[in-house]
Design a protein around this ligand. Sequence first.
Ligand code: SF4
Ligand code: F3S
Length: 104
Amino acid sequence: TFVVTDNCIKCKYMDCVEVCPVDCFYEGDNMLVINPDECIDCGVCEPECPAEAILPDTQPGLESWIKLNAQYAEVWPNITSKREAPADAKAFDGVANKLEQYFS
Ligand code: SF4
Ligand code: F3S
């Protein structure tokens, strides 16, 4: 399974949605998550994210993101097509600790 991590927040480019063969992305206001029960681990979304926010769950240190993806995939709506990224997406690329300030 792959997971969406911090740098997606407020960047939300949605390129990942375009390539996922099983449509397993779910949408919050400022971020997307992957449903771990639906992800087939194909890996095609990882290089498509301009914010490099998608990582394999085998990477160390991702426990809290693995939980967050699973939790919010249950409550947020499914997203199956890309819309325009936020106008200020670039300004938020690489900003630290977005989870604490901007998660929604
Ligand atoms: Fe979708 Fe594949 Fe990415 Fe999983 S790894 S979210 S199936 S594109
Ligand atoms: Fe987020 Fe990257 Fe997708 S910024 S919406 S994980 S393309």
